[in-house]
Each structure stands twice: as structure tokens, then as C-alpha cells.
Design a protein around this ligand. Structure first.
Ligand SMILES: [Zn+2]
Length: 136
């Protein structure tokens, strides 16, 4: 981290996550990936966002600050650079849940950071399920 005191932007970015919705059931092994859609905005300038998915088999609820990761049957984490924009419309299929992922309850978290280092995060409960219609 670096310090940057030249401005006093303390307003964090806003995340409007449209998909997946709360309680969404996502398909394991779908090679097309999960449709992800959200709108990001900041009063000054955005910097980056990060998506994380970790299991919630222990129903740990969400005020945690550390990632419950190492033993997770499926764990996803990736960051994207969106610097230079005040508003960003994000939509992609970059989250792919591999065939060997363990079905169950997961959390999907989105973190967004602005150019001044303010961070917003939101959490969604999602469910990973095998597709029974496609045994191939
Ligand atoms: Zn969690």
C-alpha cells in the first residue's frame, strides 16, 4: 500500500450486483461459466474489483474479515483492474465452477476499491449444484 493524502475522498464505491442474485443456484461443471453482472460507481474514480467464492458449509454468517479458504472444496478469487473509470458496467462469464467442486452452500463476495483506497464489499449466499440433466 502507498499513502496518498492529496485528496480526501473517503466515499467508498457503490456496488450494484445484479447477477447472481441472493440464493442463486449455480451449476457445477458448466464450461460456459456463470453469468456475472453488476454496476460499479464512485464519486471520484474506481480502481479495481475482486470476486471471491468460498464455501459456507459451516454457516459462518458474514462479518468475517478473513477468507475461509485453504480447505475449501471450491475456492475462486480473481481481481480486475477498472482504473480510470467513474462508472463501470461489468458483465462476463469468467467464473467457471469445475466438475470436481463439492455441491453445497457458498458465499460470493464482491470487493470494490476506489482510487483513494476506499473499499466496499457485499456478500451473497449462493448454492452450487450438479446438473442432473447432463450426465456427460
Ligand atoms: Zn463467507
Amino acid at each position: 500500500m502507498f499513502s496518498c493524502d492529496k485528496d480526501s475522498d473517503t466515499t467508498p464505491p457503490v456496488i450494484d450486483l445484479k447477477n447472481p442474485v441472493e440464493g442463486a443456484v449455480l451449476e457445477i461443471g458448466d464450461e460456459h461459466g456463470i453469468y456475472f453482472e453488476m454496476e460499479l460507481s464512485d464519486n471520484e474514480m474506481l480502481s479495481s474489483y475482486k470476486i471471491e467464492i468460498h464455501n459456507n458449509f459451516d454457516a459462518h454468517g458474514h462479518s468475517h474479515s478473513k477468507a475461509a479458504s485453504e480447505t475449501a472444496p471450491f475456492f475462486f478469487q480473481k481481481s480486475w483492474d477498472i482504473s480510470g473509470q467513474r462508472n463501470a458496467s461489468i458483465h462476463h462469464y469468467e467464473i467457471v465452477i469445475p466438475e470436481d467442486a463439492t455441491p453445497g452452500k457458498y458465499h460470493l463476495l464482491v470487493y470494490c476499491t476506489d482510487a483513494a483506497g476506499n473499499e466496499t464489499n457485499i456478500a451473497r449466499n449462493i448454492i452450487l449444484e450438479k446438473n442432473r440433466n447432463n450426465p456427460g
